[in-house]
Design a protein around this ligand. Structure first.
Ligand code: 13P
Ligand code: 13P
Ligand code: MG
Ligand code: MG
Length: 363
């Protein structure tokens, strides 16, 4: 069995929150290379989406492994030192706890891990986003694994006709529920259509039980109790064979749907699919970005990445993103560009409310 672990954190932005300094990537590579040589990791790839550092690793130790989580945490700490030296913006931004205690979950970084038997050809796409929250994957995961208008394989491929099983988490109450698609899609949409509260954690093949997808669902603001930065989540999708084809997995990203995030994490904005080189959200600290790294795995070694959105067939989605961005920006501080009050609870709202409390009169 192979474990694929993607662990990510914002350890400091360059310039502002727009991108990442190359020295941070170099430091992360140095740290993971050490542990590849020591035998802990089979292989690794380091990349970034905007200002978020992405550690993509394979090993044989299973999910939630203490040594792999500790390595990730220590790597983020080392990279934070580099960020501090360069006085980058928000050095160590996502590292919310002081001491590592066995598992990186709940400490700030985002985690998506899956364990599987490597297939004859193991095709993987890793989506990584910046300037948005956990929950941003609900819509594309629904389209990929439950919508026949997106995934023709659900209709004409015998090995997918059975449908997929969704693991949906209530991130506020810490409860989960499983839904079977297609027969329970109407029930499921009641919940996953509200992505700030209900997030798709994983998807499984209905017959084989094989894992098809897993996402990071950590919500920074719920861990910290205040706004520190956006979750900027990641999502792993296995493709081909019993799973949707690469083109079916990429297809939802032609529609720049609205997500939470953008400036100060407090706005709705369209998600723009871009190449890694273009993942530098600068206009109003956005609009939110998503990149896709494609790999074939060979004995746990990464063959790749291919930069999947580096393709003119996504130009139209990028153009539409800019049009939607213009339109939404004209709303300024008004909803629904600005997030609803409930979400603002984790921004400046409580302080403003506290200051003005005594001035509210009954009428
Ligand atoms: P190939 O025949 O090129 O393998 O393509 C099959 C397929 O399913 C494309 O979506
Ligand atoms: P990040 O979550 O990407 O650091 O962005 C924070 C922010 O406030 C952007 O305006
Ligand atoms: Mg940042
Ligand atoms: Mg970020």
């Amino acid at each position: 069995m192979i474990t694929l672990s993607v662990v990510k954190a914002d350890v400091g932005g360059y310039v502002g929150h727009s991108s990442m300094h190359p020295d941070i990537i170099d430091k992360a590579k140095e740290s993971l290379e050490r542990e590849k040589r020591s035998g802990l990791l089979i292989d690794f790839h380091v990349t970034r989406c905007g200002d978020d550092l992405q550690l993509i690793m394979t090993h044989g130790l299973g999910v939630d492994n203490e040594r792999v989580h500790k390595l990730s945490w220590d790597t983020f700490l080392e990279c934070t030192q580099v960020a501090k030296k360069l006085k980058l913006h928000g050095a160590g931004q996502d590292l919310l706890r002081d001491a590592f205690s066995g598992n990186i979950r709940g400490m700030g970084p985002g985690v998506a891990e899956m364990e599987f038997e490597e297939r004859e050809a193991e095709t993987i796409i890793i989506f990584m986003a910046d300037k948005t929250s956990a929950g941003a994957w609900n819509l594309p995961l629904y389209k990929i694994f439950a919508d026949p208008f997106n995934t023709i394989g659900l209709v004409i491929a015998e090995n997918m006709h059975c449908g997929f099983r969704f693991d949906v988490q209530d991130v506020k109450e810490h409860k989960r529920i499983f839904f079977n698609a297609p027969e329970e899609i109407y029930d499921m949409l009641v919940f996953i259509g509200a992505p700030s509260r209900y997030t798709v954690k994983a998807v499984y093949h209905r017959v084989t039980g094989e894992i098809a997808s897993v996402s990071s669902t950590e919500r920074l603001s719920l861990i910290a109790g205040r706004y520190v930065g956006k979750d900027d989540p990641v999502c792993i999708v296995r493709c081909q064979g019993d799973f949707p084809a690469v083109g079916e997995v990429l297809e939802p990203f032609t529609m720049p749907w609205l997500v939470e995030g953008w400036m100060r994490g407090s706005h709705h904005g369209p998600l723009m699919p871009v190449s890694v080189a273009e993942s530098n959200p600068s206009r109003f600290d956005g609009p939110p970005r998503v990149i896709a790294a494609g790999f074939q795995l060979s004995g746990g070694k990464f063959v790749g990445p291919r930069d999947m959105f580096d393709d003119p067939s996504f130009d139209e989605a990028r153009r539409q993103t800019n049009q939607i961005a213009d339109y939404l920006r004209r709303h300024g501080p008004f909803e629904p560009h600005r997030l609803p009050l409930e979400e603002m609870e984790y921004t400046t709202m409580p302080q403003v409310m506290k200051r003005l409390e005594g001035r509210f009169e009954n009428f």
